[in-house]
Design a protein around this ligand. Structure first.
Ligand code: CA2
Length: 145
């Protein structure tokens, strides 16, 4: 099996499908993981999807990815808008990075318009719903080809 693409999800995304369906849809993170595994198989990739509510845990995973992951798709949740530490960790990672938001953050509150992670991301996706995870995988496959 190839080196996996790491799909990281930040705080509160474990609640996907359980709250605020008008913003985040009805699929759970487990549904997303299953769909991504299928798409990855079609693309000849493997994926590993993880979620944490803790900034340090996300940073540890990004550091591990330096030797363990072919690329990173990251939905940093609210850390998008606050975390220089996550940006620093991503800056130390050499593979492709895609930043993903389920909602169209630019149509929401102004505090969601700023992203530290965007300064490092090779691509940014927002407002495509959970379907964005599939699209991000397809895009990372082209970057890795
Ligand atoms: O749109 C996105 O994917 C966000 O990254 C989601 C974050 C938010 O802070 C960002 O501004 C945009 C929030 C994730 C919370 O996820 C929930 C999912 C279901 C129910 C409640 C929260």
């Amino acid at each position: 099996m190839s080196t996996p693409v790491l799909i990281l999800n930040g705080p509160n995304l474990n609640l996907l499908g359980q709250r605020e369906p008008e913003t985040y849809g009805r699929e759970t993170l487990q549904d997303v993981a299953a769909r991504c595994a299928g798409v990855a198989e079609d693309l000849g990739l493997s994926v590993e999807l993880r979620q944490s509510n803790h900034e340090g845990q996300l940073i540890d995973w990004i550091q591990e990815a330096r030797t363990e992951a072919a690329g990173i798709i990251i939905n940093p949740g609210a850390y998008t808008h606050t975390s220089i530490a996550i940006l620093d960790a991503l800056n130390a990672y050499e593979g492709p990075v895609i930043e993903l938001h389920i909602s169209q953050v630019h149509r929401r509150e102004s505090f969601r318009h700023q992203s530290y992670v965007s300064r490092r991301a090779d691509a940014v996706m927002a407002g495509v719903g959970v379907h964005g995870y599939d699209l991000a995988l397809r895009h990372i496959a082209t970057l890795l080809a």
